[in-house]
Design a protein around this ligand. Structure first.
Ligand SMILES: *[C@@H]1O[C@H](CO)[C@@H](O)[C@H](O)[C@H]1NC(C)=O
Ligand SMILES: *[C@@H]1O[C@H](CO)[C@@H](O)[C@H](O)[C@H]1NC(C)=O
Ligand SMILES: *[C@@H]1O[C@H](CO)[C@@H](O)[C@H](O)[C@H]1NC(C)=O
Ligand SMILES: *[C@@H]1O[C@H](CO)[C@@H](O)[C@H](O)[C@H]1NC(C)=O
Ligand SMILES: *[C@@H]1O[C@H](CO)[C@@H](O)[C@H](O)[C@H]1NC(C)=O
Ligand SMILES: *[C@@H]1O[C@H](CO)[C@@H](O)[C@H](O)[C@H]1NC(C)=O
Length: 502
């Protein structure tokens, strides 16, 4: 169903293209034939039409007076407009459907809002209301209540990078009523063969009278019928007004006077140049020297700096004397020509590791930190960090345990074996303990390290212990098996026997 409607739209749009006529109604159309300038449309009294409006960029959009309203102006007189979908001109009773383009890279839904002119120009959805309850990927039939006589503005309210109102997703739909019905006339008809017409920038249909007639309904005779304006001046009939004159002339550049009969001394006096251009002229001619960013005969054309497609990976928006690229995610630079790594700005703090995720990034945090940017501190000195420590020191990404006496290891989990230093002498057996040791000495020895020898065993008057410093004795003599112990005893008996015999 809607594809038929689309065909109708295409037909309508193509018929109005290719004209080089001015945008105003023809002052005196040829009333003998039905030929009309291409961009001028005549009132349809009965049949209504269906239009489909494709919401997309490119083909269906426009951004200048000529391309939007088909005014057929010279390039020099054309003017830039905000990017928009080609405006639609309809009559009351015509049907309109909106549909989101199927030809965009990413399928998208539209959520049209009807807004006022300011909302249309500034892409501000707060200046209107949505016309459907929610965004839709299906065609939307626009209800009649949203198509009021006059100008109706619709914009989408998407705000992501690509699908934006200000890049063209907005449309100006004018519902034109007819004002041709004079008293006693036929519906939609003007008197004296005048025709009920509209041109692109008009918001209603009005009578266009044949030569010799004037007035809203072509009732009155025309003060301009004698073509009183000279040198290309255009004539306005004044009969309806109180003025004594029957007509007024609007003179072309360089001419003044009631009938445009007098040449001006310098054509620059009318300040024909716009946008602060410099005017250079004399009685016969003038030219405008345009400031940077403008061109055209009157410097009215903002040079389209986007014409060369300077944005490699983004959308170009023309500005005065330059352009701005809006880059697709993952690209940067004036022309969106730099592949942009989101990790370049080092978003992951405290030694966190950044992973590039196609335009986005993800932080893998080092020990001691958490959170999307590794800025939240995690206490590394939790209850299970150290086993037998007096203190735990959190250094950010690492921690240190200050071990209690007798412990070692990163977590102070190792009980130091003090017997490894072999502290017990004279065959004493070492028993490890927390933070120390005990020596179990052989019978003849005593002392913490079994270093005292029971020397005076046989000198009753002088019983005591003294260090075993006899010559030839190793301080660390170790006797561990019982056989060694026996040998040790017999060595000592022999020593003692020798001493007694002496
Ligand atoms: C433009 O206007 C001229 C003269 O009025 C006419 O001969 C020509 O066919 C027109 N061109 C188009 C494309 O309508
Ligand atoms: C514009 O649309 C018409 C009709 O749909 C198509 O034939 C033409 O190729 C399109 N042009 C561009 C530049 O997309
Ligand atoms: C679009 O408009 C609706 C309501 O009007 C709002 O809830 C939603 O957040 C808007 N979406 C965007 C992307 O602005
Ligand atoms: C919308 O279109 C009408 C003519 O149909 C025109 O007068 C009006 O200026 C346009 N609005 C904008 C904002 O371009
Ligand atoms: C023209 O120049 C004046 C002052 O130099 C400035 O205020 C104004 O904005 C300019 N107008 C344009 C259209 O550039
Ligand atoms: C060493 O740690 C263990 C386990 O945490 C605990 O049971 C023991 O009492 C601690 N010893 C000392 C001497 O702190």
């Amino acid at each position: 169903m809607w594809s038929t409607a689309y065909c109708i739209l295409v037909v309508v749009l193509t018929t109005v293209q290719g004209s080089n006529d001015t945008w105003s109604l023809p002052a005196a159309p040829n009333c003998k034939t039905s030929e009309l300038p291409g961009s001028v449309v005549e009132w349809r009294e009965s049949n209504s039409l269906s239009y489909s409006v494709e919401w997309s960029y490119g083909n269906g959009t426009c951004s200048s007076l000529n391309s939007c309203f088909d005014l057929g102006l010279d390039d020099a007189d054309d003017q830039r407009l905000d990017a928009q979908i080609t405006p639609l001109h309809i009559q009351p009773g015509d049907q309109v459907r909106f549909f989101a383009s199927q030809n965009m890279d990413i399928p998208f839904a539209i959520f049209p809002h009807r807004v006022d002119e300011e909302g249309f120009i500034n892409c501000d959805i707060s200046r209107g209301k949505p016309i459907v309850p929610q965004p839709s990927k299906e065609p939307i039939a626009v209800l009649e209540e949203f198509l009021r006589p006059g100008v109706n503005y619709f914009i989408t309210n998407r705000s992501d990078t690509l699908y934006q109102c200000r890049f063209g997703l907005r449309v100006n739909i004018t519902v034109k009523i007819q004002k041709c019905n004079g008293p006693g006339g036929d519906p939609g008809k003007c008197w004296n063969q005048g025709r009920c017409l509209t041109s692109p920038l008009q918001t209603d249909f009005q009578c266009s009278c044949c030569n010799g007639f004037t007035g809203d309904y072509c009732f009155e005779e025309d003060g301009c019928a004698t073509e009183p304006c000279l040198n290309g001046g255009s004539c306005v009939d004044l009969k309806g007004s109180q003025a004594p004159k029957k007509f007024a002339c609007s003179c072309p550049q360089g001419w003044i006077g009631d009938r445009c009969e007098t040449r001006v001394a310098n054509q620059c006096v009318d300040a024909p140049c716009e946008n602060n251009a410099t005017c250079i002229g004399n009685a016969d001619d003038y030219r405008c020297e345009c400031p940077h960013g403008f061109t055209g005969h009157h410097c009215t054309v903002n040079i389209d700096d986007c014409a060369t497609d300077p944005c490699d990976n983004g959308i170009c928006v023309d500005q005065i004397g330059g352009y701005q690229c809006y880059c697709t995610p993952g690209y940067g630079g004036h022309n969106c020509d730099m592949k942009y790594s989101p990790c370049r700005s080092n978003p992951c703090k405290n030694n966190g590791y950044c992973i590039d995720r196609k335009g986005d990034y993800e932080c893998h945090c080092d020990a001691g930190y958490t959170g999307p940017h590794c800025t939240q501190k995690v206490n590394l000195c939790g209850p299970s960090a150290c086993f037998n420590a007096t203190e735990c020191i959190d250094n950010g990404n690492t921690f240190e345990c200050v071990c209690a006496h007798g412990f070692k290891g990163h977590h102070c989990e190792i009980d130091i074996n003090e017997c490894e230093m072999k502290p017990c002498e004279n065959g004493g057996k070492c028993l490890d303990a927390v933070g120390g040791y005990t020596c179990l000495c052989l019978r003849e020895f005593q002392g913490k390290h079994c270093e005292l020898y029971r020397e005076a065993l046989h000198h009753r008057c002088n019983i005591g212990w003294r260090p075993d410093t006899r010559p030839g004795r190793s301080r660390h003599l170790l006797l561990q098996s019982s056989r060694d112990l026996q040998g040790f005893h017999s060595w000592k008996m022999e020593k003692r026997r020798l001493r007694q015999t002496n």
